[in-house]
Design a protein around this ligand. Structure first.
Ligand SMILES: [Zn+2]
Ligand SMILES: [Zn+2]
Length: 426
């Protein structure tokens, strides 16, 4: 029992640390214990060890550690991708010899085989699909992908590295060393950016991995406990029920478990790993579906979070965009496949006072209005959950003549206003 408990604790610890690393930086979790732990692990502890190392070895240890860490985090290499592949493959190698012969019906065997296969397929597709690199050749069409919203993305800004105008919703990735269309984030698990062209594969990778871990975990528990229920009819999966129903003590309950696991300790360990990692994968999937629902990306949600702070401090102002606005076609696309144009512009001022109404440098017309919260502003890139999903899965569907676009009426007039507040339930 001792080894099993140790393995369980190690797996639990790794899962929890991964959770903190993934979710700790999310703006939605600011000022929560998760973000506090994230700061402790990634800022305070490293700085403590650096100080200690400076005293003891005059910084030799931390400088080589920093080099290794920078290599792992900031260079493009498949280390984490291989780790993910190994975890998946070794897990299945340990699990299947015990589990597969016990699967009786062809239907179970088929669903199991499909669940095993799909994460590999979507991992391959997410990792090796061009996420939407912006090149001089495709720059014109990439500029027409989305309009500028004059809030998160402004026309006329060039990338310092690629020397190309940055299309709306794009971001330069320092790891991939290119500008990526609708850049969500750089994912070290797929060793690639998640962008306009592989966002759907990434969501499907999360979904198929979430299903695999849940399926493997539940099936594993079912196979392990089948024999235990057979020999000990008073056994129950929940220790307190076994205690109340059959007077079974916790020790007896644990002894039955260790007896049940004798035939397949390896399968038992993988079952445990699957059950513990499953909530993490479902959580990540849920978070990314939430972003699609809000019509935003990981990158943009951070920009919205910054705006939220500016607004609370009273430094943010908005005004309307003129209906018959003349676009500067040198920096803005003449039309976009996205069926809506912006009607608001938002600026921040250093002084906290509104900008001058006749400021020619700033777009828009009329008086400036103070905005205090995300509920006062609109998110141009949110067309509603269904259309956002269409944009992720079949982006070319919206790449049509703007006059024929039927989505949400094809323009501002009929378009429902989608408030940016959705993002933080602010
Ligand atoms: Zn760039
Ligand atoms: Zn990248």
């Amino acid at each position: 029992m001792g080894t099993l408990t140790t393995i369980a604790l190690i797996i639990l610890f790794i899962t929890f640390m991964t959770f903190v690393t993934f979710f700790g930086r999310l703006p939605a979790l600011r000022n929560t214990p998760i973000s506090f732990l994230h700061r402790l692990i990634w800022i305070h502890l490293p700085s403590f060890f650096t100080t200690l190392d400076n005293r003891l070895t005059s910084g030799r240890f931390s400088s080589s550690f920093t080099r290794l860490f920078n290599y792992l985090m900031n260079d493009r290499h498949p280390t984490i991708l291989i780790f993910f592949l190994l975890l998946l493959t070794i897990g299945e190698y340990l699990y299947l010899p015990t589990a597969w012969p016990q699967l009786s019906s062809p239907l179970t065997k088929t669903t199991a085989a499909i669940s095993i296969l799909l994460p590999y397929i979507f991992l391959y597709l997410s990792a090796f699909t061009d996420p939407g690199y912006i090149t001089p050749q495709n720059h014109t069409s990439e500029m027409a992908r989305y309009p500028y919203d004059f809030t998160l993305f402004h026309p006329g800004i060039s990338c310092h590295t690629c020397f190309l105008l940055k299309p709306a919703r794009s971001k330069h990735c320092s790891v991939c060393k290119r500008c990526i269309a609708k850049n969500d984030h750089h994912c070290i698990f797929i060793n690639n950016c998640v962008g306009a062209n592989n966002h759907h594969y990434f969501l499907l990778l999360l979904l198929s991995t979430a299903i695999l871990t849940l399926y493997g975990g539940v099936l594993g528990i079912h196979l392990i406990t089948k024999k235990m229920y057979l020999y000990f009819p008073q056994f129950n999966l929940l220790p307190w029920k076994a205690n109340h129903g059959a007077g079974m003590t916790l020790t007896q309950w644990l002894v039955i478990w260790s007896w049940g696991l004798q035939d397949g300790v390896a399968m038992g360990a993988v079952t445990l790993l699957a059950l513990l990692t499953s909530p993490l994968v479902w959580g990540l999937l849920g978070y990314h579906i939430w972003l699609v629902y809000c019509g935003t990306t990981t990158n943009e949600s951070m920009k919205w979070s910054d705006w939220q702070y500016e607004m609370r401090e009273g430094f943010a102002y908005k005004r309307r965009m003129a209906k018959n606005r003349q676009k500067d076609l040198g920096v803005e696309p003449g039309w976009t496949r996205w069926p809506a144009e912006t009607e608001q512009i938002i600026v921040r001022t250093e002084s906290g006072n509104p900008p001058a109404e006749d400021d020619k440098e700033l777009a828009g017309v009329g008086p400036w209005e103070n905005v205090w919260a995300l509920k006062d502003v609109e998110n141009l890139y949110d067309l509603g959950f269904w259309d956002n999903l269409v944009d992720v899965f079949v982006p070319w569907y919206m790449f049509r003549d703007p006059k024929k676009v039927s989505l949400n009426g094809g323009g501002l007039k009929n378009r429902k206003k989608r408030r940016a507040r959705k993002i933080y339930l602010a």
